[in-house]
Design a binder for this molecule. Sequence first.
Ligand code: GLN
Length: 200
Amino acid sequence: MSAPTIGVLALQGDVREHLAALTACGARVRAVRRPEELHGLDGIVLPGGESTTIDKLARIFEVRDPLVAALAAGLPAYGSCAGMILLADRVLDGTRDQQTFGSLDITVRRNAFGRQTESFETDVHLEGVDGPPLHAVFIRAPWVEQAGPDVSVLGRVDVPGMGSKIVAVRQANRFATAFHPEVTDDLRVHQYFVDLVTAA
Ligand code: GLN
């Protein structure tokens, strides 16, 4: 396959960083705001940002329903942080009217890492990514509270006093991290997704 075309949902959040990282990994990229911009995509990235805002804007821009349909039909997708929340089938501590796009059989807890750890950086070993652990940046991040039987856990972090928490998962061609690889120079997570899309 020649270079895959990967969209980045561009309603809010760190869109530019994802577009740059995907481009550096050899993908053709497209910012997606409107339903017609979903056509012909080989994969899509849901960026970090604020899941409640992205949810609202997706409804206003009328991109929600076609995106939900594309995900349900198997469009490969990667969500970082807010994007992980948007891919989750279930969300805890969301706002009252918050909806997700779904397609990943997980329950996420929004803003899960309490006050002291609202933002932090740590090293995470990601299953399927070779080399040294990733330097992972967490910003008001969710964690995965529960994962369904078809979901592979790819990464965890130890939270003092609370045990080991799931921060990276994959189910078929859906992939999500609670952290933000797009704010580091390390391209391995985006390369992992580009490879996943290319193989799909
Ligand atoms: N807490 C944000 C949310 O609920 C996610 C934060 C992020 O993407 N850095 O969407």
